[in-house]
Write a protein that binds this ligand. Structure first.
Ligand code: ADP
Ligand code: GN1
Ligand code: MG
Length: 354
């Protein structure tokens, strides 16, 4: 690690380095230098991101764009270049590494502690999307093609079933049945985008609560992180993924499904925050489809966990046996709960938008 860190323009000499955070994709470390300054070191997951150079061009462009819009220097991530001026380092094993400033006095949560905090993250993700309305979308590389094309996620699920690489298909028949019963709904968002009925926007696409940093003392949102999937998409993706993760009453991998539901109270506070952050920019159709966005993002994520369970846990990092199956189960429990609450969600959106 120290050999890799030496390649970057750090202020000081690293004296400490250890694994950090709860991301499922990249390998993240925190390092502290003898100057007291801390940095985030990440090994980019190149099985997930096939074009790490294009990816870093996206992240560089988006961070410098956002830095211009923020008064607080902690409002945008800052990339630390290598000694030869590149935003990434390639080691002898052809692994790609990058370093960010550890955003000072920041905290990352897995669960909102208060409803106000969840409101604030909605505000921040809504504002993030509004700011990116002026970003030149045509300059972005598509870091993961068809990332939120739920139809393609079903195709991948079918492929995983046919191959059954892990030999686990009999461990998840009810979950497969649940997912496949909803396959006909898979085109709901993407078809609206393709037909032109719904606008393409530059979106974050991975708006989990742990992809935002809050001020350590006040818990006010500071900085949206994990910009690897910033790409053209739908406002529903960002809204929906936040609800999937943040309005759930239990963790994404909770094994006791009786604890898992979608809180209408949290749905309402997030909706208020997000719509305020978007500054009235959402169209009638987007507003009307927000509840569907929440359901589709949750269904899609469940399908992805389930396909990874069948493929032998090759995509999402796991920490125990059947971890991806546990995750798929929570997502499907949430989907079922959202289906039962669709009318109430629609009423809430209507109330918040008017
Ligand atoms: P992954 O794609 O694996 O989710 P992230 O970029 O989200 O990777 O980073 C994983 C975790 O590391 C985050 O959830 C957060 O806790 C922490 N983190 C990432 N970047 C920073 C940063 N610049 N400052 C402070 N913490 C960070
Ligand atoms: C991954 O990278 P991370 O942990 O923030 C995944 C998201 C999923 C999420 C589920 C690039 O997010 O799409 O919704 O796990 N990111 C990628 O927790 O696939
Ligand atoms: Mg992340």
């Amino acid at each position: 690690m120290y050999e890799i860190l030496r390649q970057f323009q750090l202020k000081g000499t690293p004296v400490f380095c250890q694994r950090f955070g709860e991301g499922h994709i990249n390998e993240t470390y925190i390092t502290t230098c003898d100057t007291g300054l801390s940095y985030i070191l990440q090994r980019i997951n190149t099985s997930t991101f096939k074009d790490p150079i294009g990816l870093m061009e996206n992240v560089s462009a988006v961070t410098s764009f956002l830095a211009k819009t923020s008064e607080d220097p902690r409002g945008a991530m800052r990339i630390i270049d290598t000694r030869d001026g590149k935003p990434y380092y390639v080691d002898a094993l052809n692994q790609y590494w990058r370093v960010y400033d550890f955003v000072p006095s920041s905290i990352c949560l897995q669960k909102a502690e208060t409803t106000q905090e969840f409101y604030n993250t909605g505000l921040a993700f809504g504002r993030f999307q509004r700011l990116l309305a002026d970003f030149p979308a045509e300059t972005l590389h598509e870091s993961i093609p068809k990332f939120h094309d739920t139809r393609d996620r079903f195709r991948q699920l079918h492929e995983a079933m046919e191959k059954n690489l892990s030999g686990r298909i009999d461990t998840c028949r009810p979950e497969l049945e649940f997912a496949l019963a909803r396959e006909k709904e898979a085109g709901a968002i993407v078809e609206a985008l393709e037909s032109g009925a719904m606008p393409w926007r530059v979106t974050h696409n991975d708006t989990k609560l742990n992809n935002i940093l809050l001020d350590y003392d006040t818990h006010e949102p500071l900085c949206v992180i994990d910009l690897d999937t910033v790409m053209p998409g739908s406002a529903l993706y960002d809204f929906g993924d936040s609800i999937r993760f943040g309005a759930a009453t239990a963790a994404e991998d909770e094994q006791d499904l009786s604890k898992v539901s979608m809180s209408l109270e949290l749905f309402e506070v997030y909706t208020k925050g997000f719509l305020t952050g978007c500054g009235g920019s959402l169209t009638e159709l987007e507003l009307q489809m927000l509840p569907i966005g929440a359901k589709m993002m949750t269904l899609e994520c469940g399908i992805r966990f389930l396909a990874d369970h069948l493929n032998g846990d090759v995509y999402f990092r796991i920490h125990r046996d059947s971890h991806n199956l546990d995750r798929a189960r929570t997502q499907f429990k949430l989907v079922a709960d959202m289906e039962a609450k669709m009318d109430q969600m629609a009423e809430i959106v209507h109330k918040c938008a008017n």
